[in-house]
Design a protein. Structure first.
Length: 199
């Protein structure tokens, strides 16, 4: 009887501890969310120097576009998009987070501002596409990344056309970047495979 009482007491203590842990987790879940979003924005900023410029276009070659899409895949549509928005805010306020370590609101308002905003849409759509899939496969992840990449161009090209004109924007703002985009897409697929995001 004493032994039964002991186990009953132990079970009630464990249950109480679990309830307290759940309350703490619920209470500070917002802090966890903020940390994930903040870490995502910093990760995106760290890749600012992994970029270089071509002599014939104001649009640099970067890896940040696919880092944004990967954030959408890992963090989900909302957190991924918020992380990219925070990254843009940090870069606009002076942190050297934009391509080649540049910063300031002038970058956001310049020819490449649409691409930066496209990162937000790209991260959101990549995450949203994967969230709606019950099972993540090679094809679904491929399509999610492709959709996200097209979203970057969807906002980037019209913005760039304000400075260069529609034909020149397409010629200098998309065509030279298609081979690199395919390489980054394949590398992202490989990374997500290694991290067991899909089978």
């Amino acid at each position: 009887m004493l032994r039964s009482l002991f186990f009953l007491l132990e079970d009630s203590m464990v249950a109480s501890a679990v309830k307290v842990a759940l309350r703490i987790d619920e209470k500070f879940s917002w802090l966890k969310e903020l940390m994930l979003i903040g870490a995502g924005s910093l990760l995106l900023g760290l890749f600012a120097h992994f970029s270089f410029r071509l002599p014939f276009t104001p649009v640099p070659i970067v890896v940040q576009d696919y880092i944004a899409l990967l954030l959408g895949a890992f963090l989900g549509s909302k957190r991924g998009a918020l992380a990219v928005l925070l990254f843009i805010a940090e870069g606009s306020l002076g942190l050297p987070f934009f391509a080649q370590g540049t910063a300031g609101f002038a970058i956001l308002a310049g020819p490449t501002g649409g691409y930066l905003l496209g990162y937000v849409l790209g991260a959101y759509l990549t995450g949203l596409f994967l969230e709606r899939k019950k099972e993540k496969t090679f094809s679904s992840v491929f399509l999610a990344l492709l959709l996200g990449n097209l979203a970057v161009f969807f906002l980037g090209l019209p913005w760039l056309s304000l400075y260069l004109g529609p034909a020149e924007a397409f010629l200098f703002g998309m065509v030279p970047f298609i081979p690199g985009a395919m390489i980054k897409l394949c590398a992202s697929l490989k990374l997500l495979k290694l991290l067991k995001v899909y089978k």
